[in-house]
Design a protein around this ligand. Structure first.
Ligand SMILES: CC(C)(COP(=O)(O)OP(=O)(O)OC[C@H]1O[C@@H](n2cnc3c(N)ncnc32)[C@H](O)[C@@H]1OP(=O)(O)O)[C@@H](O)C(=O)NCCC(=O)NCCS
Length: 175
């Protein structure tokens, strides 16, 4: 069943026809270096990770992705609300949708890397301490092998530090 929010907003799985709208609503945040930019091909390849928030007319007003990292942890990433819809509960309902799907997958924690600390705190995330490990050492040794830039950022690897300046690493236990 779809998750419903205020103003008749529903969260559903993204479809390929939504990808250009997702790219368009991410664009201003990518330009401001708030979100990691993604080429259209990458968005198509990861469409199954994306959920969209849609109006009753099925207009996409928000999007966000769930990227599984290991058996018990995923990242809530690329969450973006269309600028004329900010502050109307779209972000909250998107995050609820991602969390529900994370639970269905059997995950226990959700990670995010963000400037929007207050928004994520409202949703039950807690800021991690500087240098606090995200995963146990044996899992870390596996995760550093990932080709995914977001995973490298989650692990706070030196080579991606310039991308993550000013961001806060946050975690929520969900299961
Ligand atoms: C962060 C973002 C998704 C929030 O979306 P939104 O639809 O405006 O948020 P909501 O209206 O659902 O707000 C939910 C709650 O968070 C609070 N909140 C949202 N943005 C906030 C902010 N910048 N500062 C303080 N509180 C904020 C709201 O007041 C609301 O609080 P409540 O529970 O007391 O009502 C949106 O600002 C955005 O797209 N930002 C750019 C991209 C980004 O930073 N994404 C996060 C990293 S992946």
């Amino acid at each position: 069943m779809a998750i419903k929010g205020e103003h008749g907003i529903k969260v559903r799985h993204a479809r390929t026809k939504d990808v250009r709208a997702i790219a368009a609503l991410m664009q201003p945040y990518v330009q401001e270096r708030i979100l990691l930019g993604k080429d259209l091909v990458v968005l198509y390849e990861s469409v199954q990770e994306f959920r969209v928030a849609v109006t009753p007319e099925d207009e996409v007003v928000g999007a966000g992705a769930l990227h599984v990292m290991w058996d018990d942890i995923a990242e809530a990433r690329s969450i973006a609300v269309r600028q004329d819809w900010l502050g109307k509960g779209v972000g909250r309902v998107l995050l609820e949708g991602l969390e529900r799907d994370a639970l269905k997958l059997g995950l226990k924690s959700l990670f995010c890397l963000t400037f929007e600390v207050a928004f994520f705190e409202r949703a039950g995330f807690e800021a991690m301490d500087e240098g606090e490990p995200l995963v146990a050492a044996d899992v870390y040794a596996e995760l550093v092998r990932s080709p995914d830039e977001g995973v490298a950022e989650a692990l706070d690897l030196a080579r991606v530090k310039p991308n993550t300046l000013g961001n806060t690493r946050m975690l929520k236990r969900i299961g």
